[in-house]
Design a binder for this molecule. Sequence first.
Ligand code: APR
Length: 250
Amino acid sequence: MMSPKIEEAARLIAQAKHLVAFTGAGISAESGIPTFRGPGGIWDKYDPVVLEIDYFIKNYDQVWPVIKDMFYTVIDRAQPNPAHYTLAQWEKDGLLKAVITQNIDNLHQKAGSRNVIEYHGNTRQAVCLDCGRTVPLTKEILSRDVPHCPHCGGRLKPDFVFFGEPIPPEAARKSLEHTLKSDVYLVIGTTGIIMPASLLPYEAKQNGATIIEINLNPSEYTGRITDIFLQAKAGEILPALGEEIEKLRK
Ligand code: APR
């Protein structure tokens, strides 16, 4: 027998007209990618200054090996978990309209999601600060301690958003568009403290959406805007919701 909250959440999801999922690092925790905050978080091990754009440019040779250790090594090995696969299935079933993710691990796409809005960019490619080209970050380029542009030998900036950089305008526009259309808004695995990404659930709420939050712990949203708080691992609760929805659709 499922808890009434799960049954209620499943009913809302099944009946949603414009379901949107807003995800953070917590959805990838069960894929072995450390979150930023919380026990064993990235910021326990590394100083956030390395992701400040000015610091990165001034300390290019020192920062790249750290960034590789922070992200590229673990992301390369990571596979989607049942949470990512469930969202991809809901998109295929026509239930889920978009995933807005703060993550740069590409796991939503690996799980089969197609409409993924990468609010903080991605780790798949880099932009050369010297010749301006965008280049895929191949294993060959990443095999160097300090990667350089294969065209001009210049400095490569990963295509994710550093602190001090703007959100990619197209990602910002599409995220807001889906957020304002949404009637049921899933907030999955995020502390809700990094702006401007963290403002999106508030926009959804103000616009009349029902907020269903999935997190191991309460977040900035839980006591403020969350309507249904499912305190559980994303990789467990999302498949359970999927089963409930299947029953409702029979
Ligand atoms: N299932 C669900 N939630 C989980 C799980 C799990 N298995 N494991 C951890 N969580 C939750 C934690 O309780 C926490 O609320 O995931 C959240 C992770 O929070 P953060 O590490 O702060 O990640 P996030 O909110 O995505 O950070 C936002 O901060 O450093 C910047 O750019 C970076 O995109 C990142 C942004």
